[in-house]
Design a binder for this molecule. Structure first.
Ligand SMILES: [Zn+2]
Length: 116
């Protein structure tokens, strides 16, 4: 496996980049006004299909998520799209982890009211 490089959000297509609030060295938060769902996950239309924003961003940098795996948010922030904060795990593993951290608060975008 090649050494991980720090992903650069500015390499994303502009229509994706403009919806992210990038906190330096931290989470890349999908701006709440673009989430389109009440569950905290960002959504974006790709080739006419609605996709999870964090998955689209992850695959842009890291390639396809292995079949049967889902992306676990290591930072526990569902709006986060930083590939460094996402790990492909089985659904069972994700459920186990999610249950263990059920009470971890998800932090809102601190600059939601200002341009990022
Ligand atoms: Zn994060």
């Amino acid at each position: 496996m090649p050494a991980a490089r720090i992903p650069n959000p500015d390499l994303l297509p502009p229509r994706i980049r403009e919806k992210l609030c990038v906190l330096t060295g931290n989470c890349w938060l999908w701006k709440p006004q673009h989430s389109g769902s009440g569950n905290g996950y960002g959504k974006i239309s790709v080739n006419g299909k609605m996709q999870m924003a964090h998955r689209v961003v992850y695959e842009h940098f890291r390639g396809p998520v292995p079949e049967g795996k889902v992306l676990d948010h290591l930072c526990r922030n569902r709006a986060c799209c930083n590939p460094d904060h996402l790990e492909p795990v089985t659904i069972q593993e994700n459920t186990l982890r999610g249950g263990a951290r059920l009470f971890a608060p998800s932090s809102p975008c601190p600059t939601a009211s200002a341009p990022c």
